[in-house]
Design a protein around this ligand. Structure first.
Ligand code: SF4
Length: 346
């Protein structure tokens, strides 16, 4: 850890606050979808897997009557289920239909874009090398688009024989939240093995992951300590820790909030960097900044590397359901009537 730097607050202590940070457009959309579904249908609403990978978001929704389940089979017939932002394999959509559930799909449109790309290449007879983290919900959903023709390449593992059928028809795709630099290295390794490897027409690593990494890259060299607010299972958040260390932060930790901070981390630290993953609510960052201010890290300098304006429309099923419920209530004269609108088939 370096020594305190001049020009900061008390004894040179200061905070560099990354911008952009926190909620991305896909997470905003997924959380709003669940909240609107609760308002339209009342509790309980079922969500397959965590709607986004943040335990505060999940617990807050649980308190409002959301039930998170691992598998569709545990949801009672006739219920409403929301598909999480990470997306699912077609087999899960088929299971939802078989189980007589009303489904609202909150898959992030940028994940859907990767699914569509994968299916397009498969229909053109390619094999797909998917760079991603084994077992991650998003990766399971993308692999499930064509399990026999999409081969998982773990970011850090050696590439082994993957059973590619024709080395002249192979393309790489990736999980949306990977480290930009690590992915470039993995692609370079793959190209040594498959010289004719094709790249997707546009980046699969989403704007939010790239922007949060860029801000960390800029401030890490000045940080004795860098704190990322996010849950342990949030892939984009854990990547921010690796990027911080790679770009020169003295140390870096992932915390769910101020309650996980350790006083020892501050020993000798002049500049503390703060950022948050794409699924971490801003009130957790506020809590961390208060915790730091109580320890004299009360000078805050914002490090902005991009401005985000991306927004995604809510799932179509929600708009249709809202219109139909309103019409139904108007006809019935009872706006509190609860029921499944015909647009969400059960
Ligand atoms: Fe979508 Fe990117 Fe947010 Fe994931 S991190 S939900 S891909 S915008």
């Amino acid at each position: 850890m370096g020594s305190p730097k001049p020009g900061g607050g008390t004894d040179g202590r200061r905070v560099l606050l990354a911008a952009p940070r926190g909620f991305c457009a896909g997470v905003e959309r997924a959380v709003t979808t669940v909240e609107e579904a609760l308002e339209l249908y009342g509790a309980p609403i079922y969500v397959r897997r965590q709607i986004v990978h943040n335990k505060h978001v999940v617990h807050a929704l649980e308190r409002q009557g959301v039930i998170f389940v691992d598998e569709i089979e545990s949801i009672p017939e006739g219920s409403i289920v929301i598909i999480s932002a990470h997306g699912v394999a077609p087999s899960v959509h088929q299971e939802v239909a078989r189980s007589q559930l009303g489904a609202i799909d909150a898959t992030c449109p940028l994940v859907t874009k990767v699914h569509n790309e994968a299916r397009r290449y498969i229909s053109d007879d390619y094999d797909v090398l998917l760079i991603g983290e084994e077992g991650h919900d998003e990766v399971l959903g993308t692999l499930g688009q064509a399990p026999e023709r999409i081969h998982l390449v773990n970011e850090s593992d050696d590439v082994v024989d993957m059973g590619v059928r024709d080395e002249s028809k192979v393309v790489w795709l990736s999980q949306t939240t990977l480290s930009v630099d690590e992915t470039a290295k993995t692609v370079a390794r793959l190209k040594r093995i498959f010289p004719l490897l094709e790249s997707p027409p546009s980046d699969d690593i989403c704007y939010a992951a790239q922007n949060r990494q860029a801000a960390v890259k800029q401030m890490a060299p000045e940080c004795d300590l860098l704190i990322v607010v996010g849950s342990k299972n949030s892939h984009n958040s854990s990547r921010l820790v690796s990027v911080a260390l790679e770009y020169g932060a003295g140390s870096a930790y992932l915390v769910d909030g101020a309650m996980e901070m350790d006083e020892d981390w501050l020993r000798g630290a002049g500049t503390v960097g703060v950022t948050s993953g794409a699924s971490a609510p801003e009130f957790l960052v506020d809590g961390l900044l208060e915790w730091l201010a109580e320890r004299c890290y009360d000078e805050i300098e914002v490090v902005r590397t991009a401005t985000e304006s991306q927004k995604f429309a809510l799932p179509r099923e929600l708009g249709r359901a809202r219109d139909e419920l309103l019409n139904f209530a108007r006809m019935d004269g009872d706006e509190t009537q609860r029921g499944l609108p015909p647009s969400i088939e059960v």
